[in-house]
Ligand binder design. Structure first.
Ligand code: CO
Ligand code: CO
Ligand code: CO
Length: 306
């Protein structure tokens, strides 16, 4: 086993041969949008993301679904699975089977198997002082999903977030490999600060983040201003306060945003300053963000400045 539970990395890695390792991960969750096809696409892109975050290539996957067939009927389940299949196809991943159980609340995701050369694995443990930190998608999907559930916004208003959440991190993964990135993780349920802290701990460094440089959905900010933030994000923020030093002028809304639980978020990539321009150019080619949100320092924990 090359990568296991101990570093809280995105996926497990098991060496098969000198030149080949297996990458395995599983992710599934309840709907965050009403449209079943979009939900399937988001859940699949999210599950594949953990493989891309390790610099690996996903190869095949299994559907995992829970569904109240009597309530919603088979057509809705079929739409969810079609969304998943669409994204898997775009990733060049074969869905080779799966399993569905009856449940009151729908749930969907994938167990994904990928491959990587053992020497090319990118974990969250390689960040070095001086590295730049680059983020590839905006923050705020947790806040927007919560606003949708509370009917504070219409599904059409979340179209930009759906577009980002259904976007594969494949291009970002290729870019970070070409730029010889030192470390990476994808931003999901623990929010930017939570996943940044995992990287800081695994790499034995401190991460300094500039809040104003962090890309976010304008609508998510508006929702925060209206007092709409999910319980999970507030819980994250309370937990993150233990290891984060905030400059006094970092706003309460920014503190929440940086802890917002993301679905199918972008990659946070640590890259040497010399390779930063290559990374940013490659990310731009792939149509994702290339926001420099901070850098790596000696020490421990997370520092956030305004
Ligand atoms: Co992950
Ligand atoms: Co995951
Ligand atoms: Co079965």
């Amino acid at each position: 086993m090359l990568v296991g539970f101990s570093t809280r990395d995105d996926a497990g890695v098991y060496q098969l041969r000198d030149d080949l390792a297996l990458v395995q991960t599983v992710d599934f969750f309840t709907p965050i949008v009403d449209d079943p096809y979009d939900f399937g696409r988001i859940a699949a892109a999210n599950a594949l993301s953990d493989v891309y975050a390790m610099g690996a290539t996903p190869v095949c996957a299994l559907n995992i679904a829970a569904f109240p067939l009597e309530t919603f009927g088979p057509e809705v389940l079929a739409r969810i699975l079609a969304g998943g299949a669409d994204i898997a196809g775009r990733a060049g991943v074969a869905i080779v089977g799966g399993h569905t159980i009856k449940d009151d609340e729908p749930k969907y995701g994938l167990a994904v198997t990928g491959i990587v050369h053992p020497r090319e694995i990118i974990t969250n443990a390689g960040a070095r002082p001086g590295d730049a930190l680059v983020l590839t998608k905006p923050l705020g999907t947790g806040i927007l999903a919560s606003a949708l559930k509370k009917n504070a916004i219409e599904e059409a208003q979340a179209a930009e977030a759906v577009r980002w959440m259904t976007m594969l991190n494949a291009g970002a993964a290729r870019a970070m490999l070409e730029a010889h990135a030192h470390a990476a993780t994808d931003i999901t349920g623990f929010g930017l600060l939570g996943h940044a802290h995992e990287m800081a701990t695994a790499s034995d460094v401190a991460l300094r983040i500039t809040a104003s440089q962090v890309p976010r959905y304008a609508l998510a900010l508006a929702m925060l201003a209206a007092g709409i933030a999910p319980g999970g994000t507030r819980d994250n923020a309370a937990e993150h306060a233990a290891f984060t030093t905030f400059a006094p002028d970092v706003t309460a809304d920014d503190r929440l945003l940086l802890s917002d639980a993301q679905t199918s978020g972008g990659l946070l990539i640590a890259v040497a300053p010399n390779d930063l321009s290559v990374l940013r150019a490659k990310l731009q080619e792939d149509g994702v963000l290339n926001a420099v949100v901070g850098h790596v320092e000696g020490g421990s924990g997370i520092i956030v400045e305004a």
